[in-house]
Design a protein around this ligand. Structure first.
Ligand SMILES: [Zn+2]
Length: 340
């Protein structure tokens, strides 16, 4: 009987090696452990055996071994099936375009990039600066001491710690002068804030693009040259400009650079307050006090600065009649610039 059991063990091993499917494993299980299987038959025979004890133990061992071997093989087969499925599955491809609905750049971003390109080609660097500044950088370093009337025009939003949201990109002038010294050529676009009521041409949040050039023998003619070059590049046509004397504490002399309203062609409309002209750019020669605060030697260097109204420029360039469209989040209004 013991010999028979050993032979069954060997034949089971051979059959197991050949069973490569779930069905074959199940058939093998029935063949050995089923009601009419080999183990059952052995149990029947055991009653008449002489070496009951030893044979009984061997049958039990065989039964356990068959059970464990079949369950291990079944598990291994299941894992192999899963792996095969994973290998064969369609892989996720992040570069695959799944939709034709692409986003578009904001018109102000487009306008900024265009101006930046022009100035980069003229040797200017592009600087970045915080939107939260202190009183010194926003006003005092720009020759606007406390209680100066110019501050009334620039009410803004104040933080509990005394800092404020910058009212103009000029707030970066002092920082950049101290960072680079002279000579320097830099432009710095940025978001600005004013606490004022909103209408078709005023926003509490808008964009400017400041420019600064400091070197030996810089004069107003340099300023006019750079502004004209930039505007004709951006508008791809001759733009009418006028320079009016303007007072800004951080420049001396100071000017207002106006361009003719492209929306109404100069006839007058709500966007230009019916004047036909749009105030685009306060500019001028940097005030010696401002240069001194920035650590620049005023005996040797002079410079010009301008604060381009980037939001206004975008309105002009794209014919946007209402400044409020820019911050509206309206896709209908903003997605029109896709092709640009
Ligand atoms: Zn107009």
């Amino acid at each position: 009987m013991q010999k028979k059991i050993e032979e069954l063990k060997l034949s089971f091993k051979a059959s197991l090696a050949e069973a490569t499917s779930a069905e074959a494993l199940e058939a093998l299980r029935v063949e050995y452990l089923g009601k009419k299987g080999h183990v059952s038959a052995l149990m029947q025979e055991l009653r008449f055996a002489e070496d009951k004890k030893t044979a009984g133990q061997l049958i039990n061992t065989l039964k356990t071994e068959v059970e464990e071997a079949i369950s291990e093989a079944t598990e291994a087969l299941r894992k192999a099936e899963i792996e095969a499925k994973v290998r064969g599955a369609k892989k996720y491809n992040p570069t695959l375009r799944t939709s034709e609905e692409l986003g578009s750049y904001h018109p102000i971003t487009l306008a900024a990039r265009e101006v930046e390109e022009v100035f980069i080609s003229m040797g200017f660097t592009i600087e970045n600066y915080s939107e939260i500044v202190d009183d010194y950088h926003c006003f005092e370093a720009l020759n606007i001491p406390k209680h100066h009337p110019a501050r009334d025009m620039q009410d803004t939003y104040y933080l509990d710690n005394g800092q404020l949201l910058k009212t103009h990109t000029s707030a970066a002038q002092n920082y950049i002068m101290k960072k680079y010294g002279a000579p320097l050529r830099a432009i710095f676009p940025g978001r600005c804030f004013r606490n004022e009521s909103i209408d078709a041409c005023h926003e509490n949040t808008f964009f400017q693009l400041e420019g600064m050039m400091i070197d030996e023998n810089i004069s107003i003619s340099n300023l006019i040259y750079f502004m004209k070059t930039m505007l004709s590049e951006v508008f791809k046509r001759d733009v009418k400009v006028r320079l009016r004397p303007g007072f800004f504490p951080f420049v001396e002399p100071g000017f207002e650079l106006d361009i003719n309203c492209a929306i109404c062609g100069g006839e007058g409309c709500p966007s230009c307050k019916n004047s036909g002209w749009l105030e685009l750019c306060p500019c001028g020669m940097i005030h010696p006090n401002v240069l001194k605060e920035g650590g620049i030697d005023t005996e040797k260097y002079t410079g010009f600065a301008f604060g381009l109204g980037l939001t206004r420029l975008a309105m002009m360039k794209y014919g946007v009649k209402d400044i409020r469209d820019f911050n509206s989040g309206s896709l209908k209004a903003l997605s029109q610039f896709k092709s640009n």
